[in-house]
Write a protein that binds this ligand. Structure first.
Ligand code: FMN
Length: 185
């Protein structure tokens, strides 16, 4: 069986991001035959239609679009910023949402997130899901992963240490692979 490729996005650009750390945990628990590559979005310009010269996207945007196009499914981990997904992630989604050949069209996606507060990115995740509906993505509905009180779930080296949480993360990746495989059939 060929490798199932997941293109992942962290909504946080900071070095010690819990959300990026959660994606690293996802890479560790992913079943055999599943690869998770984290796409860089920190170098994307702020969305501006004027930057599309002769219809071409800026090189960094094209790179991300190509990464998505080559993947079998998408995985988003975003902090909640003021009850929504982070600005950098929304910017990336806006860039990839434009035609032609919109790369998220018909693609499976899953959303996870970790917050230092109590609600574990629940509100932000719903905004992100809405935006992905606009791109005709198909979201995994269960399990849902809302990680709160980040400082208690990650150690000093930013390893996700919650065993039950790691198991749920593995289940989510399996659900994403299942949905992605179905959509491609
Ligand atoms: C601009 C900003 C807005 C935030 N708004 C929220 C929020 O609405 N809800 C929440 O739970 N945490 C909020 N936080 C706190 C984040 O959950 C916390 O900073 C988290 O660690 C960010 O994720 P990261 O570690 O991946 O960077 C906010 C943080 C920032 C910087």
């Amino acid at each position: 069986m060929s490798q199932f490729k997941i293109c992942a996005f962290s909504g946080s650009l900071r070095q010690k991001s819990f959300n990026t750390a959660l994606l690293h945990a996802a890479q560790q628990v992913a079943p055999a035959g599943v690869s998770i590559e984290i796409a860089e979005i920190g170098d994307l310009p702020l969305y501006n239609e004027d930057l599309r010269v002769d219809g071409s996207f800026p090189a960094s945007v094209q790179r991300v679009r190509d990464q998505i196009a080559k993947s079998d499914a998408l995985l988003f981990a975003s902090p909640e910023y003021n009850y929504s997904m982070s600005g950098p992630l929304k910017n990336a989604i806006d860039w990839v949402s434009r035609g032609p050949n919109q790369p998220c069209d018909g693609k499976a996606f899953a959303v996870i997130g970790v917050a230092t507060g109590l609600l574990g990115t629940a509100r932000g995740q719903w905004h992100l899901r809405q935006s992905m509906v606009s791109l005709n993505g198909f979201g995994v509905n269960t399990p849902q992963i809302y990680i709160n009180n980040a400082a208690q779930k990650f150690d000093a080296e930013l390893r996700y240490t919650d065993e039950a949480g790691r198991d749920l993360l593995r289940q989510l990746i399996e659900a994403l692979v299942k949905l992605g495989t179905k959509l491609k059939a």
